[in-house]
Design a protein around this ligand. Structure first.
Ligand code: DQA
Length: 147
């Protein structure tokens, strides 16, 4: 079973950008923890980060026949991208959306997610631990698929 982790714009800046909101942890450190969890649970995992909407759409499309589950933080595109939502709907692969911050407690323009309605679930406001929760949730979903 393979999970593809897709990280949207500016998440490559974690550890540098707005530490009061996103904390000090770097993306590579979050990914190292996810990789360790994947290895313990005998899952394959691959990471992809892009600042470009079209590249994210391409990577989602490439998940057909490649990934059993997707964990995605579409970052700012969460609130604007019909294209990313449509790509997730098209591939029909179980997807969990993660946000480090609690988007519902922030500016109004962050309250709505265009992508969450085509996901199995959404985890917000738990910081980097949210990615661990997503791994646990995805493991459960993949076990159900395999059963
Ligand atoms: C974010 C929340 C988005 O509103 C924001 O644009 C981000 C990060 C989060 O993980 O909290 O870039 O997705």
């Amino acid at each position: 079973m393979k999970i593809v982790v897709i990280q949207g714009p500016n998440l490559n800046m974690l550890g540098v950008r707005e530490q009061n909101i996103y904390g000090p942890m770097k993306l590579e450190d979050i990914h190292a923890q996810m990789k360790a969890f994947a290895e313990q649970n005998k899952l394959e995992i691959e990471f992809f980060q892009s600042n470009l909407e079209g590249e994210i759409v391409d990577r989602i499309q490439e998940c057909i026949g490649d990934a059993d589950g997707i964990i995605i933080n579409p970052a700012a595109y969460t609130h604007t991208s019909i294209a990313i939502r449509d790509a997730l709907a098209a591939v029909k692969i179980p997807t969990i959306e993660v946000h480090l911050s609690n988007i519902h407690a922030r500016e109004e323009f962050r309250h709505n997610s265009l992508t969450a309605p085509v996901c199995a679930g959404q985890i917000v406001g738990m910081g980097p631990f949210g990615y661990h929760l997503a791994m646990v949730g995805m493991t459960q979903i993949l076990n159900e698929v395999a059963a």
